[in-house]
Design a protein around this ligand. Sequence first.
Ligand SMILES: Cc1cc2nc3c(=O)[nH]c(=O)nc-3n(C[C@H](O)[C@H](O)[C@H](O)COP(=O)(O)OP(=O)(O)OC[C@H]3O[C@@H](n4cnc5c(N)ncnc54)[C@H](O)[C@@H]3O)c2cc1C
Length: 223
Amino acid sequence: MLLLARTTPKEQVAKRTDGMSVFIVDMRDALRHGMTIKPIRTMMNHSTTEVFFDNVRVPAENLIGEEDKGFRYILAGMNAERILIAAECVGDAKWFIEKASAYAGERTVFGRPIGQNQGVQFPIARAYAQMRAAELMVMQAAELFESGRDCGEQANMAKMLAAEASWAAAEACVQTHGGFAFAEEYDVERKFRETRLYQVAPISTNLILSYLSEHVLGMPRSY
Ligand SMILES: Cc1cc2nc3c(=O)[nH]c(=O)nc-3n(C[C@H](O)[C@H](O)[C@H](O)COP(=O)(O)OP(=O)(O)OC[C@H]3O[C@@H](n4cnc5c(N)ncnc54)[C@H](O)[C@@H]3O)c2cc1C
């Protein structure tokens, strides 16, 4: 595993983010020498774990990059992760929208397909518009990242917009399916649970808004 650990105490560095280093840790070895992995059961299919380190020794040659500069390396990967998750959310939204549109066309109530009612159509159409807008931001963020330019603003916005779009699409899909949305065989309830994660992880929406407020709009840091 890649481990970010403090190597110089906070009191001895100018910035809190300095003084951390990245190491590669041999997990099989660490498990025999103080590392414990405890699975956390979650509401979706995700191998989430707590990892405890109790005097685990890591050889100095396992250091990656420069000592005390590790936070920067991790940060560099975060934009990529946000773009990746945003793209996943766009995919989720497309799945929900296709599923909802198809069901709205085939389910007949009171002698006509439910999709003939604007009350059923509009949430799906709105989710589609949200998804398309988010997708454009994902594309822009990916393009900037690919060309090695700064993409912090776009990666964060892409992640937030795509997570919200996938959640809107999930909502519309559940509502369109009525009671069957809760039946496991339709997969809607499973994806509904999964897609909710992305407003919390890998970064919560509030923290993205804080980033935009501070780093893009120049307002004071709020935390
Ligand atoms: C299934 C799953 C998998 C995960 N996988 C990983 C992983 O692989 N690697 C990893 O590093 N992490 C992982 N995480 C952790 C995830 O990144 C955090 O849960 C997420 O960043 C939110 O942090 P937190 O849980 O500490 O929430 P907290 O920081 O406790 O926040 C709780 C709530 O308060 C809000 N909040 C907190 N501070 C402020 C503030 N200043 N202003 C306004 N609102 C605020 C947040 O927005 C949030 O809604 C995973 C989490 C889950 C659920």
